[in-house]
Design a binder for this molecule. Structure first.
Ligand SMILES: NC(=O)C1=CN([C@@H]2O[C@H](COP(=O)(O)OP(=O)(O)OC[C@H]3O[C@@H](n4cnc5c(N)ncnc54)[C@H](O)[C@@H]3O)[C@@H](O)[C@H]2O)C=CC1
Ligand SMILES: O=C(O)C(=O)Cc1ccc(O)cc1
Length: 320
């Protein structure tokens, strides 16, 4: 286990590859928590690198990922999930032996596979996903409080190093997050229904409204104070990031989409046949789901370290 000061982070040098909303939020949070921690950034976009120079003038910012990971104790891949394989291949030979490589991608099974293929046994690969974010993107969108009281799901897989998991858990907890450990497949199924399908629905409904010939675009904008407005926020999310999410979580998304389509058809039938009881019962049940989420939100100190597998996993941290 890495020894640190009580307030510091378990890593002295952190490399952040991909410096948009999540990468720079991570960097701001690290800066606030531990000003001594060295940050090293890489991004393929030279404009992003320029912005990083402005935001973090005391840090290395480059378009070369191999340079950015040099001597880093933690390498965080904060790129769209479809780019994780390419980036892992670019940095594999340059990551310090004993370092931890993690990520923040919204999909875990494919990302873990890509990272496992690229890195040798001298590097600790532990995938992760902060369930926090927004429709914003780019290096100027990040902020230090992004992960406070938000869940971070770690998917270490089968043969992980316990000390590396402890350090990564401590790192996220010191940025204010609540950490849970889960199997990658289960993560992908849970997020398919709680995040990926809602985004798909938002993209669909806003596109459908935009295509309607009988309703003008001006009317859509003018009267979007209702539920539609919330959908437009989500549908403004980054196109490349979400393209990659759907292509990399195809199986789980198609599974929940099948169930959703069946339920939508049932509600369509209830409207057609004026089955008010069916509609009212359905809406009463979903209202209760919302109330449950609100109640859970008042209980954010609760940390569930349960792992959805037979193997018991020790608590990865001891002194927090
Ligand atoms: N946006 C959100 O709310 C959340 C996003 N995530 C995950 O975080 C990751 C990053 O998402 P955001 O920060 O929102 O995206 P973003 O679009 O704000 O930033 C991504 C950055 O990665 C850079 N990039 C792309 N390909 C690259 C490559 N091959 N090498 C180096 N840099 C590269 C881009 O130039 C961009 O600056 C994604 O995997 C996403 O699934 C996770 C939680 C929330
Ligand atoms: O903006 C929203 O409503 C989000 O849901 C943000 C978000 C997007 C992707 C993730 O993997 C986690 C969080």
């Amino acid at each position: 286990m890495t020894v640190t000061s009580p307030t510091g982070l378990p890593y002295e040098r952190v490399a952040i590859i991909g410096s948009g909303l999540i990468g720079t939020s991570l960097a701001h949070a690290v800066r606030v928590r531990d000003p001594e921690c060295l940050l090293q950034f890489a991004d393929t976009d030279p404009q992003a690198v320029e912005v990083l120079g402005e935001l973090f003038p005391d840090s290395l910012a480059t378009t070369d990922p191999a340079q950015a990971v040099r001597d880093a104790d933690l390498v965080m891949l904060c790129v769209p999930v479809g780019a994780v394989g390419v980036v892992s291949g670019q940095i594999a030979k340059h990551v310090k032996p004993g370092a931890t490589v993690s990520d923040v991608g919204s999909v875990k099974r494919s990302v873990m596979g890509a990272m496992r293929d690229a890195f040798g046994p001298d590097v600790h690969v532990i995938a992760g996903h902060p369930v926090a974010g927004s429709e914003q993107s780019g290096p100027r969108a990040g902020f230090a409080e992004m992960f406070e009281n938000r869940y971070v799901i770690l998917t270490p897989g089968e043969d992980f190093n316990i000390e590396a998991l402890q350090d990564l858990t401590r790192f996220w907890r010191r940025l204010g997050a609540m950490v849970e450990v889960m199997e990658a497949e289960h993560h992908d199924l849970v997020l398919a229904i709680t995040s990926h399908l809602p985004h798909l629905i938002a993209y669909t409904i806003v596109g459908t409204a935009d295509d309607l010939e009988s309703v003008t675009k001006q009317e859509v904008m003018k009267y979007s104070a209702g539920g539609f407005r919330d959908f437009t926020r989500i549908a403004a999310s980054d196109p490349v990031m979400w393209r990659d999410v759907f292509l990399n979580n195809k199986q789980a998304v198609l599974e929940v989409l099948g169930r959703f389509s069946e339920d939508l058809s049932a509600l369509q039938r209830a409207i057609r046949w004026e089955d008010g009881d069916k509609l009212e019962d359905w809406f009463a049940r979903t209202r209760a789901v919302r109330q449950g989420i609100v109640e859970l939100g008042q209980d954010t100190d609760e940390v569930d370290f349960g792992r959805r597998s037979a193997a018991p996993v020790p608590k990865p941290y001891g002194d927090d």
